[in-house]
Design a protein. Sequence first.
Length: 71
Amino acid sequence: MEITWIAIISSLLMGAGALLIFLWAVRSRQFRSFEDVKYQVFWSDAGELPIHRPSEKATEEQEHGSSTQTD
């Protein structure tokens, strides 16, 4: 019977501890925005991607037309 009371008291203490941690997190605004986090992760990954820039020759051909065009 003694072990039952120890289990009940320890479970109540753990529940109270979890409640206190939750209340601290809410008061310190730990849960202010869930949506911003996924965008922060996306944009930090996007910054690591190589940027494809066309070469100068390809850019000049697009601006002036290709020299291989026939009229």
